[in-house]
Design a protein around this ligand. Structure first.
Ligand SMILES: [Ca+2]
Ligand SMILES: [Ca+2]
Ligand SMILES: [Ca+2]
Length: 229
């Protein structure tokens, strides 16, 4: 069994799955608990093929794909169900190479990549179509290491595959939920500070008026007492 993780139902949570290469059967679950798969197990691919998963169409739902390792032909599907591939099958990589999939450019669409295990050269492409890699092939890892890819610095969608984006993948324009809530906290704090400052300024104007009215006898109030909460 090969593990696979993805947001199969597009609810923002990455959950578990498995692919049985002996029968090309997919077992996908929409929660991270033991138990029966959430989707009726189905076959997609052929025995011995390599599973890949990703959000090929960028709609927020992770879906399946398979790669025929003898020809390195990719068969990608935009739904988690059996049937014909949604993307015209195409060849990318050479036989014996390891497929990886990731959102290399951070545009929320998962695309193909291959790693030559003998040289650990990575060939990443930003579209799911045949052609040259979009990044100059680079070496990362030692021969026959297992390539891994993921949004390590975290952005919407999280890891896209039992393979892909690596440290050198382009950092995303988007941000993680955690970043986002941190950012929101900062904005809220700033807003509160601005409100406090505004109140203080308004209080300052009132105090000034009062001082002018009462003359020198007026005692400057303690700022704490006047600052409000
Ligand atoms: Ca999910
Ligand atoms: Ca999708
Ligand atoms: Ca992309």
């Amino acid at each position: 069994m090969d593990p696979a993780v993805g947001d199969w139902d597009g609810n923002g949570t990455t959950t578990i799955g498995a692919f049985d290469p002996a029968t090309a059967t997919w077992y996908l679950k929409n929660d991270n608990n033991p138990g029966a798969p959430s989707l009726t197990p189905f076959r997609y691919g052929a025995p011995g093929w390599i599973p890949v998963v990703g959000d090929w169409d960028g709609n927020g739902t992770t879906t399946i794909g398979v790669v025929d390792p003898t020809t390195m032909t990719w068969y990608l599907k935009n739904s988690n169900s059996p049937g014909a591939p949604d993307i015209t099958p195409f060849q990318y990589g050479a036989p014996g190479w390891t497929p990886v999939a990731g959102d290399w450019d951070g545009n929320h669409t998962t695309t193909v990549g291959v790693v030559d295990p003998t040289t650990m050269l990575w060939y990443l492409r930003n579209s799911n179509a045949p052609g040259a890699p979009d990044y100059t092939p680079f070496s990362y890892g030692s021969p026959h290491w297992q390539p891994l890819a993921g949004a390590w610095n975290g952005f919407r969608g999280g890891p896209r595959m039992s393979g892909a984006h690596l440290a050198t993948a382009v950092p995303p324009a988007g941000s993680t939920t955690r970043c986002c809530s941190g950012w929101l906290r900062r904005v809220r704090r700033l807003t509160r500070t601005c409100r406090r400052r505004g109140r203080r300024r308004r209080m300052g104007r009132v105090i000034g008026k009062e001082r002018r009215r009462r003359g020198r006898r007026w005692q400057q109030p303690q700022p704490r007492a006047m600052a409000g909460r």
